[in-house]
Write a protein that binds this ligand. Structure first.
Ligand SMILES: NC(=O)c1ccc[n+]([C@@H]2O[C@H](COP(=O)([O-])OP(=O)(O)OC[C@H]3O[C@@H](n4cnc5c(N)ncnc54)[C@H](O)[C@@H]3O)[C@@H](O)[C@H]2O)c1
Length: 357
């Protein structure tokens, strides 16, 4: 097992990474003498949720399970209220735990419930998708969506611990495994050129899985370093949004239905890399390598037919953009990025040029 200590102003906690951790009773020692409510989704519940419930009950832990329908549409106030009501019915106190068992949707929703119920109860994150293992379960961002946009209501709320067991990826569908790879490639782009090189030498999911603990460890290390320096995303943490500004815009233009988060991030990453080259920020080779790497892991790299005006509106409305300027994370070389402010006019012009309409 590998362990990473995350030291934020709000909390110090461990990320534990190891194959077999999920099935190890010792992993749950922090739940002793507490109540635990497992929040999971309808796909993960039969695979792992019910087994975890039985394990906790065997350990003498007073546990319950709350299952949300799988999918992004569950990251909403309706489901949130149902979770609050379940917690109230179970007489959950501040000393008790929510165990978020699932992908990023479950982690964000259950995490937001934990951050707000009784002004904050304990949270244990057990991510089950690759995206959640390398990204969403770490760093404390939790949120729900509004019809007006994704993640518009949320908070920063660090968990007590994150238990990452790559064995759980065995049942993850290929499409969602690829989603996670979009974030893995992101870490290579922004900070870890060795990771990028390592990924270039792996041909497919099977080969990635042979190195998965190391890959997750490297991604979590990058995220930990950034979160420790800028927990509340005032400056440095913005680099974690590399590829995401245009990714979010693409998701929005297709009403969050056609592309998954990771697929949109992949196209957004290609977009910003090619824009970085166009602006003279990086060499063509860097943008080409990024496109090739994402494509190799079955992620979309060619933009669909997009209306430049619609993309511009989505970029401007993205919650990360201030009204007068948009901060873009540009790539200088593999492993090195910088944040640069652009005026609305400039960004509008560049989107029109890039999309050719
Ligand atoms: N909080 C953050 O910092 C952060 C960062 C990145 C993304 N996100 C959020 O994460 C969400 C996307 O996360 P995601 O891609 O994990 O989506 P998800 O939670 O919807 O999981 C993807 C699919 O995989 C299934 N699944 C998960 N683990 C499985 C397993 N081990 N076996 C079989 N099926 C499994 C789920 O049921 C779901 O159908 C978005 O809402 C995004 O906004 C948050």
């Amino acid at each position: 097992m590998q362990e990473i200590q995350v030291n934020t102003e709000a909390k110090r906690y461990s990320l534990k990474i190891g194959s077999g951790l999920f099935s190890d009773d010792n992993a749950y020692s922090m739940l002793k003498n507490r109540k635990a409510v497992i929040v999971t989704d309808s796909n993960v519940a039969p695979l792992y949720g019910e087994g975890l419930l039985a394990r906790l009950e065997n350990l003498g832990i007073d546990a319950g399970i709350y299952v949300i329908p799988a999918g992004e549409s569950s990251k909403c106030h309706n489901e949130l209220i149902k979770i609050y009501n379940y917690l109230a019915a179970e007489n959950i106190t501040r000393n008790d735990f929510i165990v978020a068992l699932g992908g990023g949707v479950t982690g964000d929703l259950a995490g937001f419930a934990a951050s707000t119920y009784l002004r904050g109860i304990n949270l244990l994150q057990i991510p089950t998708s690759l995206l959640a293992m390398v990204d969403s379960s770490i760093g404390g961002k939790v949120a729900v969506n509004l019809p007006a946009g994704k993640n518009l209501v949320g908070s920063f709320y660090q968990p007590e611990e994150v238990i990452i067991d790559p064995v759980l990826l065995g049942t993850l569908p290929d499409r969602h495994f690829a989603d996670g790879m979009a974030e893995v490639v992101k870490y290579g782009c922004i900070r870890d050129s060795e990771l990028f090189l390592m990924l270039e030498n792996l041909e497919n999911r099977e080969e990635v899985m042979k190195n998965i603990e190391d890959i997750i460890f490297r991604c979590c290390t990058v995220k930990k370093d950034i979160v420790e320096q800028d927990e509340k995303e005032k400056s440095l943490r913005m680099i974690l949004n590399f590829g995401h500004t245009f990714g979010h815009a693409i998701e929005k233009c297709f009403s969050y239905e056609t592309y998954t988060h990771g697929e949109a991030v992949s196209m957004g990453t290609v977009f910003i890399s090619e824009l970085s080259y166009k602006l003279g920020c990086c060499k063509k080779d860097a943008a080409d390598r990024i496109r090739a790497l994402l494509g190799k892991f079955s992620l979309p790299v060619d933009f669909p037919k997009l209306n430049a005006g619609e993309v511009f509106d989505a970029v401007i409305k993205d919650k990360k953009a201030r009204t007068d300027i948009v901060n873009l994370v540009l790539i200088e070389d593999i492993g090195k990025v910088r944040t640069e402010p652009f005026s609305r006019e400039r960004i509008g012009g560049l989107i029109h040029e890039m999309l050719g309409n």
